[in-house]
Design a protein around this ligand. Structure first.
Ligand SMILES: Nc1ncnc2c1ncn2[C@@H]1O[C@H](COP(=O)(O)OP(=O)(O)O)[C@@H](O)[C@H]1O
Ligand SMILES: [Mg+2]
Length: 231
């Protein structure tokens, strides 16, 4: 009997009855917050990964997109086929393409985007490091983590302004083919800077993709047609 009393006393958490100091309360709050943020980050990564796998499945190789093979849990990643030998970003930084080769890359980019749109997909993050090239200048679209179907929302907040992202999709506006055209225009602009010779026609195509109002922008077929006339 005496032993039981002693045991009961021993397991009572003596420290639990003491009020927490302000510093301890603060520490507890910071830890909880960090834990919550970590869980939110992990959930977001899982969501992106699942979304990318689904989008790549819909694409089924259109626009040179990689084919999805499997999702690996640890580390969280997608196994996919290789698409291109280097990014357009790398090519822009370090390459000596001729004007005609740059033009060919621009046209191949537009063809890839047209193929993507034929699948009903909006990429939502088209930029130079989400485009890759083969040695024969074939273009591949990659990184479909934020891709949606047309008129869905990809979830950009108001605060995340990026110069390649169409203004109407900031703050959770619906994604459209026209919003991707705005991003295509940014890439065409970067290609144009690398071209040794200036061209009014090329400049006017770029201008046609960058209007604030999505209804005023050229569509991908128009861009492609105008580009092909430059070659
Ligand atoms: N399927 C692929 N084939 C070839 N290169 C790839 C492929 N996927 C990604 N890369 C390379 O890795 C880089 C980062 O990949 P990405 O999917 O854009 O990841 P992140 O979400 O970090 O931007 C790309 O710019 C590209 O150079
Ligand atoms: Mg990327």
């Amino acid at each position: 009997m005496r032993i039981k009393v002693a045991q009961a006393k021993r397991v009572r958490p003596v420290w639990g009855r003491n009020p927490l100091t302000d510093a301890a309360k603060h520490l507890q709050k910071v830890r909880r917050q960090a834990h919550l943020e970590e869980r939110q980050r992990a959930n977001f990564q899982r969501e992106l990964c699942g979304n990318e796998f689904a989008a790549l499945t819909v694409m089924n190789g259109a626009g040179g997109a990689p084919l999805p093979l499997a999702i690996c849990r640890r580390p969280l990643s997608i196994v996919m086929t290789k698409a291109g030998s280097r990014s357009l970003f790398e090519a822009l930084v370090d390459s000596s393409f001729t004007e005609n080769q740059w033009l060919q890359i621009a046209i191949n980019l537009c063809r890839a985007v047209e193929e993507m749109q034929n699948k009903g997909m909006v990429h939502n993050d088209l930029k130079n490091d989400n485009v890759t090239l083969d040695d024969d200048l074939k273009v591949h679209l990659i990184d479909f983590g934020l891709a949606t179907l047309e008129n869905e929302t990809c979830g950009y907040g108001e605060g995340s302004a990026k110069d390649w992202i169409a203004p109407e999709i900031m703050g959770c506006g619906a994604s459209t083919f026209a919003s991707d055209i705005y991003s295509v225009g940014q890439i065409l602009q970067e290609i144009y800077y690398e071209m040794p010779v200036t061209s009014d026609k090329f400049e006017s195509i770029i201008q046609g993709t960058r209007y604030e109002d999505p209804d005023d922008r050229l569509n991908i077929q128009e861009v492609l047609q105008m580009m092909e006339m430059l070659i």
